[in-house]
Design a protein around this ligand. Sequence first.
Ligand code: S3P
Length: 435
Amino acid sequence: MSSDTISVTAARNGLRGTICVPGDKSISHRVAILGTMAHGSMRVRNYLCSEDCINTLRAMQQLGAKVTPGDAPQDFTLTGTGMKPQAPQHDIDCGNSGTGMRLMAGMLAALPFDSRMYGDASLCSRPMKRIIDPLARMGADIRACGAKPGCAPLQILGKQLIPIHYDLPMASAQVKSAILLAGMMLDGTTSVHQPAITRDHTERLFEHFGIPCTTSADGLDVSVIGPVSPVAKDIIIPSDISSAAFWMVAGSVVPGSEICLQNVGLNPTRDAIIHVLRRMGADIDISNRVDVGEPYGDIVVRYSSELHGTTVEQHEIPNLIDEIPVLAVAAAFAKGETHIRNAAELRVKESDRIATTVNNLRAMGAQVQEFEDGMVITGGAPLHGATMDSFGDHRIAMGFLVAGLHAEGETTLLHCASINTSYPGFEEQMRSLIV
Ligand code: S3P
């Protein structure tokens, strides 16, 4: 468990060691949902036991999924409902998780009972219209009951839906997945066009569970033909590349470092952080690559004295959207300018990540210009420690603790409990790496 206030000082002798970061968050949510719809039982290994994914698993248990514990908390047997989930007895708590709420909305909207989902203050301020609109076009009845228009809690009245084709107005894997999860239960073809390629875990899991799903050659059009029920099949969830990214940056910027990260997911729709860091001069090696449904491998990162700025291309943005706060930290240590634009989606994450990243970079003495859709960082000057807020955002907390590992003086992050939403054990792994 991460404590609420965490302080660090520079890791003067480097960061060294081999660690296994926890399981992938996006895949864990999807495994819980699809496993609940499935016929039969499956062993799940390396599920992410963070608050977000535990909330989704609890929600699925309310719908009738059975979870039989295994030898470790992250390993269990999941027995599905064979496409016949039961109505939940209580309102569903999604905690801090936009992914949990948006994906479950797709599933629940197509089921023959009513349900209600709620979340914390951050989640209740995030836009839900993006899933309500397409699902409403499919015939769903979802009411946003929050104080803020278009926001959670969501009241869902179960309806018989119809398949549609939907042009996504934004590159969002959550919206794509909500539509596809509803679509797999419907009679006919449900298809989605995305303006840029987004993470394709839903599509890969559809294949894993035997659900017919096709993606166009350019990767932008995805369709599912239903109705079809998933068939349970054992699965091992790779470690989360978004969590590994903190150590890729820390290892690159802290002199004397060498960190090995084991079994990290290397899905090509998620790996832009590796390409961008390498382009900045980072020393990152990949070995023991396994190319199964979700590719994974070991990553070794060593300190690089030659980090320099880069421009993140527009098509790379969805592929590293969650890594941008820590990438901005890398940019602050890299010589020259790093341009991160076309990333307005960051403003509707767990915090307004453009504002919170810029705010904290400036607090540490970095030079950064804020734009409506991103930031330009002029890096290379030393950073100094500061006391900063995490703004209830796990990735801001972890990103700026990483900055503190190479800053003058002490760095303190407030309200770090949010780290438990995605990376329980972060603080312990950080301390274990400090030489
Ligand atoms: C996710 C998609 C992304 C990402 C989020 C997880 C997913 O969100 O930021 O952390 O699992 O589908 P958007 O779909 O809003 O881009």
